[in-house]
Every structure is written in C-alpha cells, then in structure tokens.
Design a binder for this molecule. Structure first.
Ligand SMILES: Cc1ncc(C[n+]2csc(CCOP(=O)(O)OP(=O)(O)O)c2C)c(N)n1
Length: 570
C-alpha cells in the first residue's frame, strides 16, 4: 500500500523510509556532510515522528562494531553513518570484519558536496575540496556486496530497499551507500512510498535431495566421521540441527576458533577446539561454516578421507585462495541442510556402530573436560594471574542470560557454553577493535541480559575505549569488561617464536614491537566515564571482584571494568 507523508527534505524522507523498514538504530559519527540529516532528526524528534534512534558514537571503530554486535544477536541490519572518505577509512577494518562474518549492515557515508556553488548544500567549508575522492566507493568495494551513490530523490525508495535486500540476502554482508549533501538537502513537501519493501527477498535455500543423499551415504558408511565448525551458530537455529547431525552418525564435533556458540560444549560428542588430534583417524569429515578447518602446511587428513562442505557459500567465493576440497558440497542454509542430512543419515546408518562411537567419544569427552578443569585449578594460586584461571573465574559467573563477547583471551577450555547465542568470538578476519564496541551493540539488543566482554589489553586499546565508555554512559549500556592484561601482544610474540624458535629474539630475550609497557591503569579509563573500575592482582580476589563488577552492571546499571594483571609472556 502506498503511503504519503509530508517531509521537508530528502534527508527526512530517508529517515521515514529507514524507520518503516525496521531499522532501529542509526550509529553516527558526524561531519559537515550530516547537516541536512541532523536537521531532519531534530525536526522528527521534536515532532515525535517515527525514526531510527540516532546514537552518537565518537569513533568509527566503535560505531561499526556496535552495529555488528547488534545484528549478530538480532539478525536485523542497522545503519552506520560516517563522515565522507576519512570516516570510512577509520571504519574499514570493522567493515572487513562484518564482511568476513557475513553480518548484514547498511554502511553509509556522506559524500562531499559536488558543486562549488549554486545548490542547497553546495561547498562552504575548507575541507569540501580536499575530502573528495575520484571513487569514494572504491576504498570499500572489495568488502561490501554492493555500493552506490544516491543520485536523486526519485530513486530513494528503490535504492534503500535494494541496499537492505542485498545486505540480507545470503551470503549476507555489508553494503555501502553514499549520500551527497546536495541530494540530502533538496527541499520537498511530501514523500510517497510503499509501506513495505517491494525488493525481492530471496528465501532460504537447501541443496538438491540427490546431493544430500550422496553426503548421507558417505557419513553412513564412515567408521570415523568428524565434524568441524567455526560459525554454524551464526544462525542459532542451526545448533539443534548440528546436534542431530552429530548424533545421527556418532560423529565428534570440533569447534575451530569458534565465532559463535555452535554446539553445546557439555554434549558428549563435543571434542574440543582442535581438530589436529582427530584428523588422522577421520575417514569422513564434514566442514560446516569453517573457512580454515586445518592448516595444510602442518597437517592433512588422510588422502582417502571423504570431505563434505556445508555452508551458505562453501566455496568461500570472496576468499582469493582456499584449497580445502569437497567430495560433496552443500550450499544453502546450514540449518536446513544439516536437518535434511541428519534425517538421511539416520535412515541408513548402522545404529549399533553409531552407539559404540558415541560411547567412545563420551568417555573421551569426560576425560578431556576433567583434564581441562584440573589444568585451570592448577593455576589458581598463580600471581600474576594465569589466563586459564581468569577464564575459569569468568566461566563460573556465566548463566543462560549472560552473553560473552570474546576478543582473544577467554580460554575456551575453561568455559562451557550450552545455549545458542551466548558466545561470540573474534571475527576470522581478526581486525582488532571489534570486541569493545560489539559488546555495546549486544547490550543494546539484549538489555535484559548481562554482557561480559573478555578482551586482551591490546584488543582493548584497539577498540577506541574512551569512545566506547562514553557510549556506555551516554546510552545506558552497562557492559562488564574484563581486560586480560598481560602487558604484551602475545599473538605477535608467539608468531616470532614459531617463526624463529632459536633465532635472535630467543637467544637475546629481546623482542621489539611486542610489549605494552608501561601499561595504563585501564580501570581508570572506565572510571572516567562514570564506570566501576578495579585492578585485580590477586588470584584469590578475582571471584569477589567479579561479583562487585556484576553488581555495578546489574544493580547500579553502570559499566564496569576489571583490569586483571596476568602473567606476561616471554
Ligand atoms: C587492526 C589490527 N592490527 C594489528 C593486528 C595484529 N595482531 C593480532 S593479535 C595482536 C595482539 C593482541 O593483543 P592482546 O589483545 O593483548 O592479546 P594477546 O595476544 O596479548 O593475548 C595483534 C597486534 C590485528 N589483528 N588487527
């Protein structure tokens, strides 16, 4: 049905349209290009009209990460707007993360005024000459599914609906819309649009039945089937399907650097976080939404092992190189694919053999968890604290209404995630600075949940923490940050150690470009924005410190940060 509303400008019509399409938030980091939009926001807020809620986010890293975090728990894309080319440059790493994580997002930037004079919105600031590029979309193009510049008011509805449809079509990922100031500033008196989007919205797909049957034949005949996943839980509904698939053939499930909660970690078929020990024995391997299931330079499955790949894009089309093979490849919604495959396998598999395998895996599972528990407890008295012990203490305060965002240092072996949507790990693209902001986005989407952001000291600093804590206070988003402070970039140190185990750094004990000392008093960064902050140096004190911090976020409704002083790596 067509709807006609009175507006003053293209900018106002744009806000009307975004709200009608279900966009809740507009994460903005503004510049001169925003002027017509800010006017439109002011008018509509004053008049109580429907609009996406504008949130001021004073660094682009945080803005993109917040949109990422909000969407990874709701599935619904939001709008980020940054200031022309310079804002887009700051946002780019976050857009790369969203692209690799297949998170939809309407990423937008102002476009410098095109005209030097003569139109409403024409250039009137020093920067308006130098901030124009020949191809503003070019900087982002590799990382977005579609980019376009809004050229006129007449196309507004088509352009916005097309952007929102493309970002949400699988494989999902950000799209980029540029908004020239003259177009936003154009005067209009009314806007007519269709109440719901007319853009095609492709339905979920599932592989053809004969391909599913071929995969089922492989799994039914396998004696040692193995499942490896990283991101099946992007769709929380896929978790139950993965459980059914694993149970149908008695296959162990390895979560490889998980980006989501994929499979209940207390399930007897959960086989840990490293496929390495199981690879040699496997005769059928199912790779579910996992870009790098093993490292061919270090280890390969047996040559005769049959490979099945499942994912919305099992080819990982946007990766320049990825050579993992597939005897059967099942593109489509993993939830539907795995459900169909589980049914087909259950109908064929030898139930006796399946139950023998399940019992064997269950015993290994029990022993593995016991040894992980013991390894954590063995560090309970270490000071500075061991990250295993920090992880164990964090794990002890988790429940089904607590969501963890982990950028690096929470040790998976010390926790036990059971509920879909309760764990989110670093994007596979590794653009640091994601955790701090995405935890804010999660809290925005789930205000009734506790959100704990586990973050390395390095990752924390990449996350533009001053801006993030500003947002936490300004927009009432009480997140608990646990900073695993080892005063180093351990990932960099480990890379040097594996590159040159007996090299100069090993012989001299001197490793440049990897230390973070003198370390800031991170707790004070949070205190500076009204939060609770505490430095923790004693392992025995950590459980009580976590309770104090949880009281701050849950009862006092203010953000909190524990600066946990951990062992410094060599
Ligand atoms: C934007 C960006 N810059 C640099 C890197 C390289 N890098 C990967 S891990 C890492 C260190 C992370 O430090 P921290 O969060 O303290 O965790 P730790 O490695 O000490 O456990 C760095 C610098 C990156 N991934 N992303």
């Amino acid at each position: 049905m067509a709807k006609r509303v009175s507006v003053e400008s293209t900018a106002e019509a744009y806000l009307e349209l975004l709200a009608s399409r279900g966009v809740d938030y507009f994460f903005g980091n503004a510049g001169t290009d925003f002027a017509p939009l800010i006017e439109a926001f002011a008018k509509r807020q004053t008049q109580g009209q429907h609009l996406p809620r504008p949130l001021t986010v004073p660094h682009e890293t945080v803005a993109v990460a917040m949109a990422h975090g909000y969407t990874m728990v709701t599935g619904r894309p939001q709008v980020v707007m940054v200031h022309v080319i310079v804002g887009a440059a700051n946002a780019l790493a976050g857009v790369i993360n969203a692209a690799r994580c297949q998170v939809p997002m309407l990423f937008t930037a102002g476009r410098n005024p095109l005209t030097e004079a003569g139109l409403p919105g024409s250039r009137n600031r020093q920067i308006h000459w130098a901030q124009e590029s020949f191809d503003q979309g070019g900087m982002m193009r590799e990382w977005v599914k579609w980019d376009y510049e809004l050229r006129n008011f007449v196309q507004l509805e088509t352009v916005v609906d097309r952007a929102l449809a493309i970002t949400q079509a699988e494989p999902q990922g950000p799209v980029y819309l540029m908004l020239p100031r003259e177009v936003l500033a154009e005067h209009h008196d009314h806007f007519e649009y269709s109440e719901s989007s007319r853009a095609p919205q492709p339905a979920e797909t599932v592989a053809a039945p004969d391909a599913v049957q071929r995969a089922a034949d492989i799994l039914a005949e396998a004696r040692q089937p193995l499942l490896i996943t990283k991101g099946a839980g992007r769709d929380p509904g896929a978790v139950a399907a993965l459980v059914r698939l694993a149970e149908s053939c008695g296959a162990a499930v390895v979560e490889n650097s998980p980006t989501y909660m994929n499979f209940p970690q207390d399930h007897p078929l959960h086989a840990g976080f490293d496929a390495g020990p199981h690879l040699e024995a496997a005769d059928a391997i199912v790779v579910v939404e996992c870009d790098a299931p093993w490292f061919p330079a270090l280890q390969q499955p047996r040559p005769e092992a049959r490979l099945i790949q499942i994912g919305v894009d099992p080819l990982f089309t946007r990766y320049p190189i990825r050579g993992f093979g597939g005897d059967v490849s099942l593109a489509g919604a993993p939830r539907l694919t795995m459900a169909a495959l589980a049914d087909a396998v259950a109908a064929r598999a030898d139930q006796g053999a399946v139950s023998v395998r399940r019992d064997r895996w269950a015993e290994l599972h029990r022993r593995r968890r016991e040894s992980w528990l013991a390894a954590g407890k063995a560090t309970a008295a270490d000071a500075p604290l061991d990250m295993k012990w920090v992880s164990r203490c964090v794990a002890d305060v988790l429940d089904d209404r607590t969501i963890v965002v982990n950028e690096y240092d929470l040790d998976h072996t010390q926790a036990c995630f059971r509920t879909p949507g309760t764990y989110f790990g670093s994007p596979q693209s590794g653009g640091l600075g994601w955790g701090v902001g995405s935890a804010l986005g999660v809290k925005l989407a789930k205000p009734d949940h506790t959100v704990i952001c586990c973050v390395g000291d390095g990752s924390y600093m990449f996350g533009a923490p001053t801006a993030a804590h500003f947002v936490g206070r300004a927009h009432d988003l009480p997140v608990l940050y646990v900073v695993f402070n080892n005063r180093a970039w351990n990932a960099v140190k480990r890379a040097v150690q594996s590159h040159a185990p007996e090299g100069w750094t090993a012989r001299t004990g001197h490793m440049p470009l990897s230390d973070l000392e003198p370390a800031p008093d991170y707790e004070m960064v949070c205190q500076a924005s009204g939060g609770y902050g505490e430095r923790v140096e004693s392992p025995a004190e950590l459980p009580a410190a976590l309770q104090r911090a949880l009281r701050a976020v849950r009862d006092e409704k203010r953000q909190a940060l524990l600066n946990v002083v951990c062992k410094k790596p060599a």
